[in-house]
Ligand binder design. Sequence first.
Ligand SMILES: C[C@@H]1N[C@@H](c2cn(-c3ccccc3)nn2)[C@H](O)[C@@H]1O
Length: 447
Amino acid sequence: EQITLLHGSHRVGKRSDAAMEKWRGYGLGQFIHWGLYAIPGGAWNGKQYNGAAEWIRSWNGIPKSTYDSLNYSFNPTAFDAKAWAKTARQMGAKYVTFTTKHHDGFCLWPSKYTKYTVKNSPYKKDIVKAVVDAYDQEGIDVILYFSVMDWNHPDWRYDLKTKEDSIAFERFKKFTRNQLIELLTNYPTVKGLWFDGTWDKSWVKQAAFADELETEMRKLRPGLIIGSRFRADENGKRHFDSNGVLMGDYEQGWERKIPAKIEDVHGNDWDCVMTVPENQWGYNAAWNGHIKTGNELIEMTARCVSMGGNFVLNFGPKGDGSIRQEEIKLATEIGDWMKINQEAIYNCEYAGYEKQDWGYFTKKSGTDKIYMVVFNVPVSAALRIKTPPKTIIKKAYLLADTQEVFSPEEISGDEYFLHLKKREQSKPFVIVLETAKAEKGNGTKYE
Ligand SMILES: C[C@@H]1N[C@@H](c2cn(-c3ccccc3)nn2)[C@H](O)[C@@H]1O
């Protein structure tokens, strides 16, 4: 049974306002991790660090003070926010999530509340503003990433063990609130905040403070979108409160992983944030292990959209501000596919069709238009379709060439085979099903 919570979730079920509807329809997004960590690029004194490059400060071999002084070396002469935004546009990203401050505490905007910002670097200029303006001009919405955990700030604590800890952390809480209000005030067009670094006990114990701060931010920016990772409830429960209700506006737990099946998303909105290598968010000069291909990333995008989520692909620009060739190449490959098939991704949702091995169903929100995003053509070249009950398939055709029409063979109640002509496939393709609900009448399938 439900318990009374003061600082649990304040909403049951999906948000239905226009801002959230737009977010729900994005389908494909870009994450950008950029900061001082891009300067070492995963190596220090010629030694490669195997962990995630944005965590290099935490590597034993590095004197923290030396890392912390990297702001004096930060001068990205190749930084061009407009070029970044064009790459995102080329890929077909509808939104970008951009690191304003990662765990190292370095601020890519000239914050008034700390000296550890771009202002105190050779570069000097406001990078967050450049990114927000460039992406706004490309018509790509901006969400700001913000790490609560801040290794640079003297009042950051992992836990509150002593009176001094608590006194320091009270200062840190004020600092955090000031920075968040500053970001929302400086960059009023941003659509949301993507919080990170909120798992330590110090912050988890701040249920009331974080709840009030979330309320204050939503009041300052009506429609603001905040995920489930920002705050815990008064029992320390994160992402889902003590009654199992989702915190925030969408589930923010799918980091480098995708739900296996629709049941795992519990009817919530969600995003999946994904790295190109196994686990590198910031620039790492040496990409090791499996590097995801364009086809893999297109499949991840379709899989997320087929279960009602957004797929957010990470880019880690170099210390000089340029984007590495491998990422440019992937953006182009994904974008070329999206140019032909974007109708099956944008403003689409879970179709309610039984999952099949050949790929994924998506449904255009608010319509009965179904998309079959095909990755694995069976040796039979027959694509099985199991529709929800009382569904009529009126038309079936290739999205890329609507002249290529199919007549699905009915094999049993609500079950069909769609027979493909034998052909060589090198890229996933999309088949459109125009459907209708069988009218009530004499109960037969077709009226
Ligand atoms: C979005 C991603 N979240 C950050 C992260 C992930 N983690 C982490 C920490 C412990 C276990 C698993 C993941 N710590 N920081 C990564 O650095 C990147 O920013």
